[in-house]
Ligand binder design. Structure first.
Ligand code: FEO
Length: 398
């Protein structure tokens, strides 16, 4: 990707990671980008850098606009290494004494990530910094999604540099929302589900305070994926919806299986759910990555989890999913457990305990079927699905 002018004197100069398929346990089937931005005014500012190893892309892009040595200051909106890993090389090249603007928590985090003591300039929430004709304002956004996270707002151009918020792990030929259209939304949804779902309350508060401040936003430049320039309100509205935990009449049936018996149960339970008008999404946990499942969980009222019993316990992939989902804290959900077993059948009890720990409402006692489901057992599974489907419909109508 070359440097791209996004407004007068403002350029996108980040790097594309076309081949990345796993971002700390999140499947990134379309790679990602590490966006960085250059504001050329009386002073030239670089906002964020890129992952270590991709600095040359960043430097090539900066060089298409200005000599990198002419950068006067760097703003680090977020310390996570996908945006700060390139800092040592960049600071070395542009000058180790150049000011590096960080939030209070950013300073703390930088100090623990880097041994080099740069010329840190710690900024307060709301503090302005003049670049000449323009000035930027720093807005702390703690825990969205790290303690150090902040936004940088360019009032004159009404551009919000939003760090990870409003981002998507997507690398493609498009750079702006008007070039890709709604096809970007599943990527934005997956990003929210896997990175921000647990901070939903903070997202809601942030959106409220942005409204109260009357912040005019014409363009949102996140640190991953496409830039929202045509319709930034589309992603703001989507965040309002996703952070509300509002669900659809939908149930994810997440399961693993050893000899297809738990799979048969999952499919029959899905039939029962569908029979009640509930959209059922069966997801085999070795066919779908945990992050894809969470993307579906984001707007599903029910999560029904199936595990065979292995060594008196939950199947490992199911345990993995439950731990992951627990960390992301979906709220106000209906849950249920099921599974096939041979001689002891503890998995269902363990899954139920995990769902209860997540404060899911369990309208049904978990369903266990020994060995291979026969036609009577299959019917039992369909009925189980139907009863949960009814509970979903009732909950949605309340
Ligand atoms: Fe894209 Fe939290 O780093």
């Amino acid at each position: 990707m070359a440097a791209v002018k996004i407004a007068d004197g403002i350029y996108s100069v980040g790097a594309v990671d076309w081949n990345m398929r796993d971002f700390h346990g999140y499947s990134t089937l379309k790679g990602s980008t590490y966006n960085a931005f250059l504001i050329v005014d009386e002073k030239t500012a670089l906002i964020d850098t890129v992952k270590k190893g991709l600095e040359d892309q960043l430097l090539d892009n900066i060089s298409q606009v200005v000599d990198p040595k002419k950068i006067d200051l760097v703003i680090s909106n977020h310390t996570e290494m996908d945006h700060s890993g390139g800092l040592p090389k960049i600071m070395h090249l542009i000058g180790e004494d150049k000011p590096l603007y960080v939030s209070k928590m950013g300073f703390k985090n930088h100090s623990m990530h880097f041994t080099r003591k740069w010329n840190y300039q710690v900024v307060e929430n709301g503090q302005e910094l003049s670049l000449g004709k323009r000035s930027v304002t720093f807005l702390e956004t703690r825990m969205l999604h790290w303690p150090d996270s902040m936004f940088t707002y360019l009032k004159t151009d009404r551009i919000l540099f939003s760090s990870d918020a409003f981002g998507q792990h997507y690398a493609g030929p498009e750079m702006f929302d008007d070039q890709i259209g709604n096809a970007i939304m599943p990527h934005a949804k997956k990003y929210f589900a896997n990175i921000l779902m647990l901070y939903s309350e903070k997202v809601k508060k942030l959106l409220e305070s942005v409204k109260e401040m009357g912040l005019e936003i014409e363009m949102i430049c996140p640190d991953h994926g496409i830039i929202w320039r045509k319709n930034p309100s589309a992603i703001i509205e989507a965040y309002a919806l996703w952070s509300s935990h509002e669900c659809r009449k939908k149930a994810v049936v997440a399961y693993d299986t050893m000899w297809h018996s738990t799979q048969t149960m999952a499919e029959k339970i899905a039939d029962g759910l569908a029979g009640e008008g509930v959209e059922a999404v069966p997801m085999h946990l070795r066919s779908f990555d945990r992050s894809e499942v969470m993307s579906e969980v984001l707007d599903a009222k029910a999560v029904i989890v199936g595990s065979p019993t292995l060594n008196n316990n939950i199947f490992p992939t199911v345990a993995d999913f439950l731990v992951y989902m627990k960390g992301l804290r979906p709220k106000n959900r209906i849950g249920a457990a099921f599974g096939s077993y041979g001689w002891s059948g503890e998995s269902v009890k363990h899954v139920e305990q995990e769902l209860e720990a997540m404060k899911f409402q369990l309208p049904e006692t978990g369903l266990k079927i020994q060995y291979v489901p026969d036609s009577a057992a299959k019917k039992t599974c369909v009925e189980f699905g139907r009863r949960i489907g009814k509970a979903v419909c009732e909950a949605m109508n309340q």
